[in-house]
Design a protein around this ligand. Structure first.
Ligand SMILES: [Zn+2]
Length: 442
């Protein structure tokens, strides 16, 4: 009898492993091209089915054939409160099987880890949320406020077929949502055996992708020529690539560095945060990118024949701006490239920044501390972008909070889009316990 009861009500920390493995086994590679991207529909149907099994109705919206999104609403006990949006994307970046130790879509369980593309970005969180909701439905738990679940397509290629599509075409699904949690936050960074920072994302840099266009006089490659588009473009690209933009310490980064310096016993000079950041080991590259605007040349294109000087040349620059700095960055770039190069924006999405305070932050911190007494929650800024950019357009206050306790020696940031992406099973189970507590008190 007891075994029947147990099988009718699986433990969410056990079930999360199966859910995550199932999702990892669905190849949802997003190539950035609708013709070659796969699996999002299957993954969306899987999620909808797992929700339906426990009585949660969801809606599935396709933005283009195969590009599927699933949204559901769990009613809370106090409808007068704003809803909490919990969002996760189902797509993953491509993986080259030849480079991996296991099949990237095998969902293999090995050495205490679940392996596969998407294991930390972000089928782990997708599975955790499913596990918690299924457990609640089986045991009659209701959250204090409405919780809107959104499982999206296309995050890895700019969200046009996922979060942006939903925000632009089905915004009623998010009625009443005031706050949101999603990816790239809530993970641990071990300071010592007893203390772990948990980085909660409260800010994201802006995305400012631009194309430089140089024009010149076309001509024969054998002659004297003083108006070469390739030369002009190359000079502008080199100036941008070598430029270091000034350090600007935002409120989020200041709060992070103050806490970290205190914990590590490092002297923090606000005018020289790089010295403190250099001592952070594997997360130095995450934090280091958030103290200034950056601009990295990523593509070059010019010419069609070895002995013909082309009339045009173009380059793409991947720029990331600090909150409130997009216009300033544009002026800085304009100055760097000079008057003869045209600048065209191909992608411009605003930076986000919210404060690290309020009831929701308290609930996150309390849930982390309850499951890890050595937890020190800190705010941080992500140098990349997530679906939060789209959802923030609805006036939703967005956080990155996908709780995960990680082993001290795991280089977590290298696993994002990396080879042998994997998530520790005990970390996944920790995440379920933290989310369960947090969502009951959100
Ligand atoms: Zn992601």
């Amino acid at each position: 009898m007891t075994s029947d009861a147990a099988s009718a009500r699986p433990d969410p920390t056990a079930e999360v492993v199966d859910l995550c493995r199932d999702l990892l086994r669905i190849d949802t590679t997003n190539t950035g091209d609708n013709d070659t991207s796969v699996g999002e529909r299957r993954a969306a149907e899987y999620v909808a089915e797992k929700l339906a099994e426990v009585g949660v109705e969801s809606v599935l919206h396709e933005s283009a054939p195969g590009r599927a999104n699933v949204v559901a609403r769990i009613p809370g006990t106090d409808p007068s409160r704003g809803a909490l949006l919990v969002h996760g994307h189902l797509d993953v970046v491509p993986a080259d099987a030849d480079e991996w130790s296991v099949g990237p879509f095998s969902g293999e369980l090995r050495d205490g880890y679940l392996w596969g593309r998407g294991a930390i970005d972000m089928k782990d969180f997708d599975a955790m949320v499913l596990a918690v909701v299924r457990h609640w439905q089986r045991t009659g738990v209701r959250p204090p406020r409405d919780i809107v679940l959104a499982y999206t397509a296309d995050e890895e290629a700019g969200s046009d077929y996922g979060a942006r599509f939903l925000v632009e075409n089905h915004r009623d699904l998010f009625d009443g949502c005031t706050e949101a949690i999603g990816e790239v936050g809530g993970f641990s960074y071990s300071v010592n055996d007893n203390q772990r920072l948990y980085l909660i994302e409260t800010a994201e840099k802006g995305i400012d992708w631009l194309r430089l266009h140089a024009k010149g006089r076309p001509g024969h490659g054998s002659m004297v020529h003083d108006d070469n588009a390739v030369t002009a473009l190359a000079e502008a690209v080199a100036r941008i690539g070598r430029h270091r933009f000034p350090v600007v310490v935002t409120d989020t980064v200041r709060a992070f560095l103050t806490e970290v310096s205190d914990l590590l016993g490092i002297e923090l000079d606000p005018d020289d945060p790089e010295t403190a950041i250099a001592k952070l080991g594997p997360i130095a590259n995450i934090i280091g990118a958030t103290i200034r605007n950056t601009a990295n040349p990523t593509r070059l294109s010019a010419g069609y024949k070895d002995n013909v000087i082309p009339g045009r040349a173009t380059a793409t620059i991947d720029c990331r701006s600090l909150p409130g700095q997009s216009e300033l960055l544009e002026r800085q770039l304009r100055e760097l490239v000079g008057p003869d190069i045209a600048i065209e924006y191909v992608q411009r999405q605003p930076a986000l920044e919210t404060t690290f305070d309020g009831d929701l932050v308290e609930a996150m911190s309390a849930a982390l501390r309850a499951e890890d007494p050595g937890a020190r929650p800190v705010p941080y800024m992500l140098s990349g972008g997530t679906d939060a950019k789209a959802f923030s357009q609805l006036g939703i206050r967005c956080f990155g909070f996908a709780p995960l306790r990680l082993p001290a020696d795991l280089n977590f940031s290298a696993l994002f889009h990396g080879i042998d992406e994997r998530v520790p099973v005990d970390g996944l189970q920790f995440g379920v316990r933290v989310l369960d507590r947090f969502l009951r008190t959100c």
